[in-house]
Design a protein around this ligand. Sequence first.
Ligand code: UD1
Ligand code: MG
Length: 452
Amino acid sequence: MSARSSLTIVLAAGEGTRMQSSVPKVLHAVAGQSLLAHVLGAAPNGADASLAVVIGPDHRAVADEARRIRPDAASFIQRERLGTAHAVLAAREAIVRGADDLLVVFGDTPLISAETFARLRAPLRSGAALAVLGFRAADPTGYGRLLVEGDRLVEIREHADATPAQRATKLCNAGVMAFDGRKALRIIDAIGNANSKGEYYLTDAVGVVRDLGWEAVVIETSEDEVRGINTKTQLAEAEAVMQARLRKAALEAGVTLIAPETVYLAADTSFGKDVTIEPFVVIGPGVAIADGAVIHSFSHIVQASIGRHASVGPYARLRPGTSLGDGARIGNFVEVKAATLEAGVKVNHLSYIGDAHVGANSNIGAGTITCNYDGFSKHRTTIGEGAFVGTNSSLVAPVKIGNGAYIGSGSVITKDVPDDAMAVERSPQANREGGAKRYRELKTREKSPKGS
Ligand code: UD1
Ligand code: MG
């Protein structure tokens, strides 16, 4: 197959008021990624693909998100919300530049896949002017109905404008369309606004194509893939569909999920071979887990890379910027942030390691805290290789602990410790011979009833 060039226009100028949120609709997240990021991730990519996003006025954040995901994305502002065809024409400048295929997709359908875009584009190769993505809706209320004659699509009727007989059809418009790029502008420019809402409906492209004697076809997909999100309930439903997909993909890739339905993954989570994830683990965006690693129950992990055969949790929290080397062990109630722990490091209990570098095979005792924040700025802690930090030590940053150094338990370390030195910072211990016995006797006398 020769590569056809494509332009994808993502319509994201929706107001999203039904989300009851001040955040633009397409910036809400599913599986740790914005709705827009999901759509952009599925849209055609590569040297032959260009991208335009149509946004509402005051939606700079949407344009920024588009560029974060796809630096080549161009943004266009639709100043008045006059309908989906009007929104597409906000990107006229991009359309005029010309592409073999013009794809239009709504920014609020995060479950759409790259394969579906490919299937939708296929009929354009064999001469169709327009391919529309359709689905059989369990409840078609509100959707545009696809009216077909034989294998030809002849019209899309919006619910509001449909007759009762037309409303009876369950084949609905998903909102994704692929136009022959050479014909697209002629089609979309011909769309009028003579309907009950007085809007320029992109769906009227089908009637225009028919009137011009060209061909429009339907490509069907599942309802799950084209759920549009308008409310927080629909957002949660999409999350459930996406989580089910991610868990299945992880299982098929060989990850052991003991109770898959209790594990939350992000769309970009990556796994090596023979990874095990115990029940009740939450994985946010930007996490890579290498071969043989085990994530124990109740751990929460965001933007972290976990080395081969590392062990995390139970009850561990890995925050952004955590990097664990091969065989590292992070135990219960340990929090790590912006820290690299090289191979074989152990932090097994009740610690906070932040803004730090810990050399290979060092052992960080229970209750060790890197005191990285002085109330104004953050400071770094550097621990060498093979160091031993005794339990309940406070390492007051900025501070360096040398290779092979040893910190006595309970120390508050404020000065650098040289390689192989032993640092002990605590008051001398006083043992009073018989002191406990005398104390007990005194207290017993005080408590005894008078005269006994
Ligand atoms: C649209 C389709 C309908 C389809 C349904 C699928 C039209 C006329 N109708 O209806 O056939 O079954 O989606 O979910 O296309 N938008 C803009 N600017 C506008 C208007 C809309 O950017 O002026 C964007 C919205 O942000 C949204 C998308 O276009 O992402 C669809 O608009 P919406 O109002 O949700 O259309 P529906 O009534 O759902
Ligand atoms: Mg809609």
